[in-house]
Ligand binder design. Sequence first.
Ligand code: MG
Length: 273
Amino acid sequence: MTIHDTKLYLRKLLAMCLVSMLTACAGGPSENQNNLAFALAWKQTAAEYRALYHQGFNLARSRVELALLQRDSTSKPLAVVSDVDETVLLANEYWSRLVGQHQDFFDDGIWDEFIPENRALVSPGAMEFLEFCQQNNVEVFFVTNRDQGERTAEYALSNLQSAGFPFADEEHLTVLRGSSNKEPTQQAIAENFEIVVYLGDNLNDFSRRYYSTDIEQRMALMEEDREEFGKRFILFPNPTDGHWIRAIFGDSEPPPSNENRAVLNQAAMKAVP
Ligand SMILES: [Mg+2]
């Protein structure tokens, strides 16, 4: 070993000792990690993430084109039912604020500040798909569950209008404040329209039957409907929030405690058959 190699070896050894000491002082890995950062880095930087939106809207367009070809004079008018957050609008900046403020769980206060600012981004392919629907007289209905108090619906409408979406009006927007159950709204739309596709980032955007806190049951219900995905149900990726988190914690927005960080680590090592 040359003197240079020895110096390099000692430097590496010193660095390793420092990292170990810092980790020990900080009280273990749970204090050092931001669980949200990995998921958000993927959302912010991966071309694959954005490509999945194009894939979803390309599939949705194919289904609408097919329905347009198959309809006849007795058919009800065609419609699309779409979720809003993480489906046609991306709240990446909200998630960045959380990471920037060393938060690693959903935070209602920061979310409620973000919503009225109209800073969500249009998801890749959303505008083109919605305009295609408009050009072909296929109505799009937005159904979202949010709660920012009495101005919730006003803020949601402003978000859609600020994005420049077609169908951004009161007639095409339903905001559910007290419940995430979208089925009564879906059924009301289906009375007058043939719903071609449902767009969402959460299985609950398609059917309430997926509203389960049991991980295996959610998985089994999804598998029962496997033929629907890419056909009637168009699913977009969301690694930062949704009912999959509720299935882990029993709560869609669990408090940012070390106990919950430990639960998340356990979930990461859990194998679902
Ligand atoms: Mg959503």
